[in-house]
Design a protein around this ligand. Sequence first.
Ligand code: HEC
Length: 256
Amino acid sequence: MKMAMFRSRAVAALISVAAALVAVAPSTALAASAGVALQRAPVNLQDAVSLQRGAHLFVNYCMGCHSANYMRFNRLTDLGLTEEQIKEYLLFGTDKVGSPMTIAMRPGDAKEWMGKAPPDLTVIARSKRPDYLYTLLKSYYVDDSRALGWNNLAYPNIGMPHPLWQLQGAPQLKVEDKQSHGHTVQVKSVVAGEPGLMTGVEYERAVTDLVNYLVYMGEPWKVQSTRVGIIVMFFLSILLVFVYLLKLEFWRDIKH
Ligand code: HEC
């Protein structure tokens, strides 16, 4: 009797914990997107050329402020880059091929300049999700009321100035009044402004490559394990044929 009561209490406790988790999950997702519709990031970890371009963008445009302390440069050989190429295109003066992707900026200084310290980006795609990162990099607009001149629809009043403005140019905010169920609602979007070095299509591809790389960096073994997985499945299916033939062979003797 006592035992049964204890058990049902334990089950009730488990159910309430599960319910609490379910209740929390959507609200954290919403908080991250600040209410804008997230765009789908076309991530493809099998596209080595895209990952190489993403690594290049990351080193040139993000590592001025962000580190990737848990990623070593020489891991990039997995993407088909040779150590020579890594040295030539991606390393700064004093870095060695085997060193982690650290930066010289002190977190305290960064916080003073931009209000918040730039987070380490090694596993950012796992904590913030690829679609959010993709949307974030496409949602910057010029805002003169902000200290650094930039704002973002996906993260209002973000401390990070637009890291890719040279490529994208200076997008503008567009606010439209739309009717919805008899109410007027303001719909905000970002439209092209002063052009940058890239066209809209080229910029989209650059953001795709960069997000692709950020996803890869969070789980670098994933590219390899997918490949190994396919080989293992292939091997097992061949093995299955032989095991089946062997079974027939054994049972032929037993049945007679
Ligand atoms: C000038 C310095 C600087 C550069 C360059 C920079 N960042 Fe940032 N980044 C920051 C700061 C500061 C923050 C913290 C902003 C905040 O939370 O308000 C940040 C935050 C972020 C975040 C977290 C956003 C969130 O929702 O919490 C991501 C993701 C990010 N940066 C990606 C990038 C990428 C990708 C690049 C390269 C294309 C880049 N950053 C280049 C300064 C920089």
